[in-house]
Design a protein around this ligand. Sequence first.
Ligand code: PLP
Length: 386
Amino acid sequence: MFKKRITDKIEKLKSENLFREIKVFEGSRGGRAKLAGREYLVFCSNDYLGLSQHPELKNAMRGAVERFGAGACASRLVSGSTSAHSILEEKLKNFMQAEAVLLFNSGYAANIGIIPAITGKGDILLCDKLNHASLVDGCLLSKAEFRRYRHLDMEALEKLLVKYRFARERWIITDGLFSMDGDIAPLPDICGLAKKYDARIYLDDAHAFGVLGANGRGTPELFENEGKIDVLVGTLGKAAGVSGAFACGSAELYSYLINHARSFIYSTAIPPAIAMGAVTAVDILGSFTKERERFLEIVKDFNSKMAELNIASGSKSYIIPIVTGNAGTALELENSFWSEAVYVQAIRPPTVPEGSSRLRLTLTLSQQEDDRKKVLAILASSTAIL
Ligand SMILES: *Cc1c(COP(=O)(O)O)cnc(C)c1O
């Protein structure tokens, strides 16, 4: 029964071009990775500034393994909390200019742990329709009511704020830089609405942390809206090049989450070596002003070259969707890149809404000028598919 049920589902996914498989890389270095013996250029990594390959970061992790061992071996509240974890929290607190910072094992764990912990019966959660799946799951775990507004539509958000003005608390929950579309939440408008309707803001800045804002503090720094965000989540697995995540908020929030966020309480802490790697990553991010500028110049240039090819991505960032609509077409486009040894990913439902399948390119500082030229050439010769 079970075996037939899941086999049927797998067959159905395959027939709809929605089946996914894991691809195994045999090593990775500077924007290149080996797959089945062949070297590919990688254009779908979130290692935007190339930190995962940084020698200082690797050294810090090696040293920390010697000092702390391999794993944390318990939850932070049992015996898994080491000085490495505290140093990282302190480092992030200073970097983000936050009152307090709490580590989580991943961005996913942060969102599914924090949202149900801080919201409940009588509250309303107002979410952008294209929010990351981990935010959606966090909202579904909460006892609060959950409504979604059209992507970036501030009028729709305001209508909901009016409608739910008698809720116990109103929470606006949004990605900073949207992970599949590469566009940015209008934070100044959101902050204005939050003030007008006495709402709290939960911002997931996973893709912006480390890259956007002159100092890498993400979308609030970019828009000069720092200090207006009640809960800000960042991940250490993307631009920081390591793994783990963190939440910025008040000192009270820190103490509250330690006692209420189930994904924090009931899960083994990240290995201390990962934490020490992240400490070095945050140090590097702090000194990366020039690299950020150079990267965003590259991004701007690439996006304008895409526009010259008449390929509308709508992106102004390093996340560049090429929407095909149809899942089969997205796979066809993916294949034309793979045959040229460029690794990219077709993104299909349920990651994106029905009918909005796409190829998603990401730019990183590890890629070379010639690599980007190659990608643009493949795109130029793919206009028949598009
Ligand atoms: C990647 C991502 C996450 C998950 O973070 P991990 O640390 O990879 O678990 C959460 N939210 C958003 C918006 C993301 O893009």
